[in-house]
Design a protein around this ligand. Structure first.
Ligand code: NOJ
Length: 569
């Protein structure tokens, strides 16, 4: 099948289903809710939807622990409703990609239930089982096969008495790792991919895909490493490229689909091994974490304070590092990170900084993803007790801190900085009770508390306001889609050393685009170089109502952003 690479013109909207929209009135987001919002999604100008996992799951990690890869979580709907969503999306020109979580399953997946029951059954070798280093149950002095840490929950190993063996879980205990070295497991992954592609989905976001191949010796790691011990033996493991090529050749090549791999610790240079275009290309693009300051899912749970220069350097490394050889993904928010205005912008200048942040990534080379609520400037929530969190990683990271003797007040403070709950509060649709999120008669308790600011920050209010962040996202996305230079142009940064401004130029196909974003609540000054005469440019976008200039320069108000275009250059 010829690959049209349609994803290069796409803009995606990410739905984390539990918190998007509740259609049936039980306080949990679902596909009936999504059906009612397809027009809204299309109105943003996006061209695709990425669904975080919709499959049946005990929800230990909100769907990233899949119990059945061939069905829909009954809380969210049925396969029939999903087909309606898919059809409705396609009718509106929206592609749909699914989350593919195959590094691990749920411990409630039928394969694992069988696998753990004995050493001798059809699924016995589907997971990573090993004898203990010292035999026997832990209570009897048995010790795990090696010294690896999990990313979510203590040791990476859990003892199973029925087999007198241990299983590997890089994430939580309820997320046992699949044994991808087993050809039957790889055949099953292919079957899953085909199942959804045949139904009509347009591709996959592949969860922690760089972890799927483990060094079979499972060696001990440096005992002094505080966390993520073992990672170097499974990240970019020995056979990962072989497996991904197999998936591409056996399945993906038969469809004009796209894949984006999540890769927690990847550099641009390493990404080329997976994404460089050519006959051996494995994935279409990667989700990097480099511009996110820290990786709150993996090694460094606490996000570092915002550093504009580090942000610019990271974006620049990927823009120039992949150059014309591979394609980027672009994002600021997803279900794993705190809200971007609270982290990188300013809650005081919520709308202005939201606009500047939008501008800072929407005109880069790559496929942008917008996370639900980002387009209306939703902000972080506040946990008054760690126990109010719904996030397995928050519980476990705090347990680790407590063990180290960190005082309770500090644990709470750190939890509030890092927790994934921030991104997972229900979507704020209106100022009505239940924020318009709760369906039916609107009386059900939402599954997680709605952010108390919903009366001010919600879709309905933003729709009424021509200067809202929502209106700006619509404008920016439309602009991006009509300018070929955004897809084709080169990338050059200006004022690299500035700790206040991010300015970059995209140039090619007869167009030049200048994007200037302020990241300060103070006034900042920008003077354009001589080859960018502002008087000859069209001002395409500005975060404020007017855009005065002084000669070939201008002052930026708090968090102001501007986009200028030169044609026929
Ligand atoms: C990355 C996902 O985005 C995150 O939500 C999940 O907890 C881990 N992978 C484990 O699946």
């Amino acid at each position: 099948m010829e690959r049209t690479r349609w994803y290069k013109d796409a803009v995606f909207y990410q739905i984390w289903p539990r918190s998007f929209c509740d259609g049936n009135g039980d306080g949990i987001g679902d596909l009936w809710g999504v059906l009612g919002k397809l027009d809204y999604i299309a109105s943003l100008g996006v061209t695709g939807i990425w669904f975080s996992p919709l499959y049946p799951s005990p929800q230990a990690d909100f769907g990233y622990d899949i119990a059945d890869y061939y069905d829909i979580n009954p809380e969210y709907g049925t396969l029939d409703v999903f087909r309606q969503v898919l059809e409705g999306a396609h009718e509106r020109g929206l592609r749909v990609i699914m989350d593919l979580v195959v590094n691990h399953t749920s411990d409630e997946c039928a394969w694992f239930v069988q696998s753990r029951s004995s050493r001798d059954n059809r699924y016995a070798d589907w997971y990573v089982w090993r004898d203990g280093r010292t035999p026997g149950a832990p209570e009897a002095g048995g010790t795990p096969p090696n010294n690896w840490d999990s990313l979510f929950e203590g040791d990476a190993w859990e003892y199973e008495p029925a087999r007198d063996q241990w299983y590997l879980h890089i994430f939580a205990k309820k997320q046992p790792d699949l044994n991808m070295d087993n050809p039957e497991v790889r055949a099953e992954v292919e079957r899953i991919m085909r199942f959804w592609l045949e139904m009509g989905v347009d591709g996959f976001r592949e969860d922690v895909i760089t972890y799927i191949s483990k060094d079979p010796a499972l060696p001990d790691d440096n005992p002094l490493k505080p966390a993520a011990r073992g990672m170097r033996f499974y990240d970019h493991g020995p056979r990962v490229h072989e497996y991904l090529r197999q998936f591409r050749h056996n399945v993906l090549d038969a469809y004009d689909c796209m894949t984006v791999g999540e890769a927690p610790m990847i550099s641009a240079q390493k990404a080329l091994e997976y994404c460089a275009e050519g006959p051996e290309q494995e994935l279409d693009m990667m989700f990097t974490f480099e511009h996110m300051g820290a990786d709150c899912v993996v090694t460094d749970w606490i996000p570092r304070p915002f550093d504009l220069r580090a942000y610019k350097r990271a974006l620049g490394r990927w823009q120039t590092g992949l150059a014309q050889d591979a394609w980027n993904s672009l994002y600021l928010e997803n279900h794993d990170h705190p809200r971007i205005i609270s982290r990188y912008g300013s809650e005081r200048y919520r709308v202005e900084s939201g606009k500047s942040l939008a501008c800072s990534y929407l005109f880069l080379r790559g496929t942008p993803f917008v996370y639900q609520g980002q387009e209306i400037g939703m902000t972080n929530t506040y946990l008054t007790r760690v126990e109010d969190s719904a996030d397995v990683s928050t519980f476990n990271q705090v347990a680790r801190l407590r063990k180290m003797g960190v005082p309770e007040a500090a644990c709470l403070r750190l939890a509030n900085r890092a927790t994934r709950d921030h991104a997972r509060t229900p979507m704020q649709w209106s100022a009505e009770p239940g924020a318009g999120f709760v369906g039916g008669d609107g009386t059900a308790q939402p599954w997680f508390p709605i952010n108390t600011n919903y009366r001010q920050i919600n879709v309905a209010a933003a729709e009424e306001d021509p200067d809202s962040l929502l209106a700006f996202y619509r404008e920016a996305i439309a602009l991006r889609r009509r300018l070929p230079v955004v897809r084709e142009g080169s990338y050059r940064e200006l004022k690299q050393a500035s700790a206040q401004l991010y300015a970059h130029v995209r140039e090619g196909v007869g167009q030049k685009l200048l994007v200037v974003c302020s990241f300060t609540g103070r006034t900042a000054y920008f003077s354009a170089p001589g080859d960018l005469p502002l008087a000859e440019a069209e001002l395409c976008l500005c975060g404020y109502e007017d855009a005065p200039t002084e000669g070939n320069a201008f002052f930026l108000r708090p968090y102001e952003c501007r986009v200028y275009l030169w044609q026929e250059v």
